[in-house]
Ligand binder design. Structure first.
Ligand SMILES: *Cc1c(COP(=O)(O)O)cnc(C)c1O
Length: 402
């Protein structure tokens, strides 16, 4: 009764921007979440790669509790201790020298685009402004991020978009080379296309992109909003590919659930921003930074979590490949890097998500037919095996019908 009323009110009061499942999630611990009706779910969505330490990780909870009593918010007119602490951890563990904080992935992309254009004008003394990104990419919903996003379905009805963006096939260095003009200032790519269906490029592709950028004096922006913060088994996905970007965007897992985004750059490129060039009222707020600094402390503490992520990623891949052998007509491909896991189906995946939910497991479907799994980085073998069992049951029931 209570749940039904809440669902009605949700529908009544909230703008209809989401296709939501008819359950209300009220409580979470580790890999588990509970509905308002008490039903328990194993969570392989993880807030879409946000809950990297599971739900309500005790160390993150304590960090938030301590900070919320001391100081919730002050303006960036002043120096902020948790922000300094977080930026230091990020710089010491990445290619970057400087960090700008904002509140989401799209905002991090906006900041990256603004910095790339401004760097061209202020530092290089040129007037280059074009940015090349990939078809099938996803960079967020604000206007410049949307314009960078290489999927028309997200653009529909919002035109005109921001000028100065072009899109080329992902994982195709010749297409990228052909798209460079005298106005190109940056190439913007996800190291692995997440929303686009967990598309992993060939091993040499990003290195070729790096070389191309260097040859033309173009910046390389890597969007690690989804792949960053340990998701792929390294702190940042670029570490797998033997390249470093000039600019990187982060969000999702960075605050283990607190809303925070970041744009990182080398000192050389960061010189494109001077005081007043860019800002965010909430960006780098003490509360979110305290949570994010603790998240990174926990992930980096002794290498255990990244190690666990790689081991569980391997286990995930092996069990999914076995499943593919069992259901060759249903499963087209298994694509994984660490705990960013995609299972491409030969059919639409939406109904499979619903069947899994009925059986107490939350999963995601993206790009129409790719089941995507983004569990906590400390998911256990037992939890993965349970998911596989449920998938097996669901696939079994589907094969019986066809
Ligand atoms: C989710 C995502 C974004 C957008 O992040 P928001 O926080 O929703 O604005 C941008 N880039 C990538 C790669 C993402 O996965």
């Amino acid at each position: 009764m209570e749940s039904r009323k809440l669902l009605e009110e949700s529908d009544h009061y909230l703008m209809h921007t989401y296709t939501r499942y008819p359950i209300i999630l009220r409580k979470g611990r580790g890999m588990k979440v509970w509905g308002a009706d008490g039903k328990e779910y194993l969570d392989f969505v993880g807030g879409v790669a946000v809950n990297c330490l599971g739900h309500c990780h005790p160390k993150v909870v304590i960090a938030i509790q301590k900070q919320v009593q001391r100081l919730i918010h002050v303006s960036n007119y002043y120096h902020i201790e948790p922000q300094i602490r977080l930026a230091k951890i990020m710089v010491e563990n990445s290619f970057a020298d400087k960090v700008f904080f904002c509140n989401s992935g799209a905002e991090a992309i906006e900041a990256a685009i603004k910095l790339a254009r401004r760097y061209s004008r202020e530092v290089l003394g040129q007037n280059r402004f074009e940015i090349i990104s990939a078809l099938n990419s996803f960079h967020g919903r604000t206007f410049a991020a949307l314009s960078a996003t290489g999927q028309e379905r997200f653009h529909k009805g919002f035109e005109p978009l921001v000028p100065g963006f072009s899109h080329v096939a992902f994982n195709d260095i010749d297409a990228l080379e052909a798209a460079v003009t005298r106005n190109t200032c940056a190439v913007l790519l996800e190291p692995i296309q997440g929303e686009g269906g967990v598309k992993i490029p060939d091993p040499g592709y990003l290195q070729d992109v790096r070389k191309l950028c260097d040859r033309h004096g173009i910046l390389l922006i890597l969007d690690e909003v989804q792949t960053g913060i340990g998701r792929t088994g390294k702190l940042f996905a670029y570490e797998h590919f033997g390249v470093t970007p000039d600019i990187m965007t982060l969000a999702k897992g960075l605050g283990a659930g607190m809303p925070i985004g970041a744009m990182l750059a080398t000192d050389k490129v960061a010189a494109g921003f001077q005081p007043g060039a860019h800002a965010s009222t909430f960006g780098g707020n003490p509360l979110v930074c305290a949570a994010a600094a603790t998240t990174l402390d926990v992930i980096l503490e002794d290498g255990f979590i990244l190690d666990q992520c790689r081991r569980m990623g391997n286990h995930f891949r092996t069990t999914l490949e076995d499943l593919k052998k069992e259901f060759p007509n249903l499963i087209a491909d298994v694509r994984t890097m660490g705990l960013l896991v995609g299972l491409e189906l030969t059919r639409d995946g939406a109904s499979i998500v619903k069947h899994c939910m009925d059986r107490g497991v939350l999963i995601n479907c993206t790009a129409g037919n790719v089941l995507r799994f983004m569990p906590s980085l400390i998911v256990t073998e037992k939890e993965i095996d349970h998911l596989i069992e449920v998938l097996e049951q669901v696939f079994d029931s589907l094969s019986e019908k066809t």
